[in-house]
Design a protein around this ligand. Structure first.
Ligand SMILES: Nc1nc2c(ncn2[C@@H]2O[C@H](COP(=O)(O)OP(=O)(O)OP(=O)(O)O)[C@@H](O)[C@H]2O)c(=O)[nH]1
Ligand SMILES: [Mg+2]
Length: 304
């Protein structure tokens, strides 16, 4: 008898920097979410669909769970809570190279009382030389929450990834495809482009600058075979603007070069990219500005 078709909705949760977005990209085999070594990289939920013969999984990557201080952080935590409802499975991603589970205990409060099946993904095992070290860590997690399975893996190298996808496919229910087979993500290209610009900024800047950066695409034009993109990098203070521009504009040029390569890979081609830098004081606490970010992300729209 032919096995029944399976499908389900799976959210990826955990603290900042655990490797949630890296994991999502590894599973779907495509860069749908930006990744960086700085915590709080992901700011909105990112949906990506993984379709295989006989199954379809709709993943939701979420911002890292942290204490919300600014309005931006509250919105990020709203996105986490929204990702908990009507799910078939939750993946809790944790850093296997951490000395203990203590850092995750408070964050795990977010899912307390839920009955949705939960899998612990112990990520970054490539950084753990002696695998026996994982055993006490697993025990601590098992005491903190009711994990149906524990899967050590490396989202970076792919080690153990098929154990996780196997476990996911065993857990999700029978069901149809919810999306066309070739559908990958709900994110408009413009939003992805803005995110890739932000990723370049995160890679190249340090300390408070990465956290103070937002990117909006202002204009997106298809001219023959060339896509022309104008985007603004927002920061909160003049000093940050100087850092982003760099001596003689060198930093902005480097950001543009990196982002253009990534956007070119996304769109297939060689886009034209022009970047501007503006100061928007305290935008992370500014409801109107955050709404504009949300709105443009949802519609993928620039001003035209
Ligand atoms: N060594 C190693 N590094 C990893 C692995 N997975 C992710 N990383 C690194 O961990 C850092 C954080 O990865 P992200 O995927 O951005 O983490 P995240 O959980 O999405 O972080 P937020 O969006 O800030 O919540 C990056 O520098 C990744 O390259 C892994 O399996 N092994
Ligand atoms: Mg992320």
């Amino acid at each position: 008898m032919k096995p029944k078709h399976r499908s389900g909705f799976v959210s990826i949760l955990g603290r900042p920097n655990a490797g949630k977005s890296t994991l999502l990209n590894a599973i779907v085999g495509s860069k749908v979410a930006i990744v960086s070594s700085k915590p709080q990289t992901t700011r909105t939920s990112v949906q990506a669909v993984w379709t295989q013969p006989g199954s379809q999984v709709v993943f939701l990557d979420t911002p890292g769970i942290h204490e919300a201080k600014l309005l931006l952080h509250k919105k990020m935590m709203d996105a986490v809570r929204d990702a908990l409802n009507e799910r078939d499975l939750l993946l809790w991603v944790a850093d296997a190279s951490a000395d203990s589970a203590a850092g995750d205990l408070k964050a795990l409060e977010v899912i307390r009382g839920r009955t949705t099946p939960l899998i612990l993904v112990l990520n970054k095992v490539d950084q753990v030389r002696h695998k026996a070290r994982l055993l006490p860590l697993i025990e601590q997690y098992r005491q903190a929450a009711d994990f149906a399975e524990v899967i050590p893996l490396s989202a970076l190298t792919g080690e153990g990834l098929s154990d996780l996808t196997g476990a996911i496919l065993r857990t999700i229910p029978e069901g149809p495809n919810y999306f066309p087979e070739d559908h990958l993500t709900d994110q408009p290209e413009r939003f992805l482009a803005a995110e890739l610009i932000r990723e370049a900024v995160l890679d190249l800047t340090r300390q408070e600058v990465p956290h103070a950066v937002a990117v909006l695409v202002d204009k997106w034009e298809e001219k023959g075979r060339v896509t022309r993109i104008l985007a603004t990098v927002y920061v909160e203070r003049e000093g940050q603007k100087r850092i982003i521009i760099g001596a003689g504009g060198a930093m902005l040029k480097e950001i543009g070069t990196r982002a253009r390569k990534q956007i070119g890979a996304l769109l297939g081609g060689n886009p034209y990219l022009e970047l501007f830098v503006k100061v928007q004081p305290d935008w992370r606490a500014n409801a109107a500005f955050l709404n504009e970010l949300d709105w443009r992300m949802m519609t993928g729209g620039g001003t035209q």
